[in-house]
Ligand binder design. Structure first.
Ligand code: COA
Length: 246
């Protein structure tokens, strides 16, 4: 194993039916090196995470995540970029595609790729130490791990322009007001609250939650007629599976 792979780690623990997935590279503020992204991909494939009823993502130390590892972000050619998104860079879409409900517990810095990871989860809970910035444009790049797309769809183009072009530093209350966060809690309480919300999600009919997640994503990019059809097909399918009576 390489030194980087040894250093970059993701910690997984179970709390009953819940899995807590912790970015565990605190000395580098959990900066997302490709080794850390790969460790996150590997964590998603473990039985502890795969068999969980809900998953909480969080970060060890004083930050949720300081974004892409700037030591690795160099000028890559098109082939290397394509290879990256076939490799560890696909972790963001893997998180977004989980049928299991996901909650981010955020404290401290939540920058760049860290915010993109949080945006790939269903629910974001931050304590009021959290700071959100998308510094990519200032680095001569753009958010490209699904975050630009998710931000536009979540907040609209005007807000997305503000955050992506200006790279504004946004505190937790502002992020909540903008619609980036589900809830803001006092310092140190994000993980506990995320576990409580994850527990609520875990108690719901799992198939209905999984189908609702997919339907929400699908209708966001559908015509009105197609969106209504998705709703009704999802309802019809769930009714037939008996999910509604659980
Ligand atoms: N990539 C690689 N290493 C990072 C990092 C990143 N994105 N963010 C922080 N680190 C490392 C620092 O290099 C430092 O390592 P060192 O102790 O070996 O020197 C360590 O994490 C602690 O960071 P430090 O800068 O000392 O903490 P700080 O509180 O003074 O500043 C930040 C925190 C987040 C403001 C600052 O680290 C920073 O600007 N990081 C880069 C953020 C960024 O541009 N992310 C890319 C998004 S695309």
């Amino acid at each position: 194993m390489s030194a980087a792979a040894t250093e970059a780690a993701v910690h997984v623990e179970r709390h009953g039916g819940l899995a807590v997935v912790t970015l565990n590279r605190p000395a580098k503020l959990n900066a997302l090196s490709s080794a850390l992204e790969q460790a996150l991909l590997d964590a998603l494939a473990t039985p502890e995470v795969g068999g969980a009823d809900a998953i909480v993502f969080t970060g060890e130390g004083r930050a949720f995540c300081a974004g892409a590892d700037v030591a690795e972000v160099t000028s890559l050619d098109a082939e290397a970029i394509a290879a990256y998104y076939r490799g560890s860079g696909r972790v963001y879409e893997a998180v977004a595609a989980l049928g299991t409900p996901t909650v981010s517990a955020i404290h401290g810095y939540c920058l760049g790729g860290g915010l993109e990871l949080a945006l790939a989860t269903d629910i974001r809970i931050a304590d009021d130490t959290a700071v959100f910035v998308l510094p990519e444009v200032d680095l001569g790049i753009v958010p490209s791990s699904g975050g630009l797309t998710r931000l536009v769809r979540m907040l609209g183009t005007a807000r997305a322009r503000e955050l992506i072009l200006l790279g504004s530093k946004v505190d937790a209350e502002t992020a909540h007001r903008l619609g980036l966060l589900t809830e803001v809690v006092p310092p140190g309480e994000a993980r506990e609250r995320a576990l409580a919300v994850a527990d609520t999600l875990a108690g719901k009919p799992a198939l209905a939650v999984a189908v609702a997640k997919q339907a929400i994503d699908a209708v966001a990019e559908s015509s009105n007629a197609a969106a209504l059809l998705i709703e009704r097909l999802a309802y019809g399918m769930l009714n037939q599976t008996g999910s509604a009576s659980r």
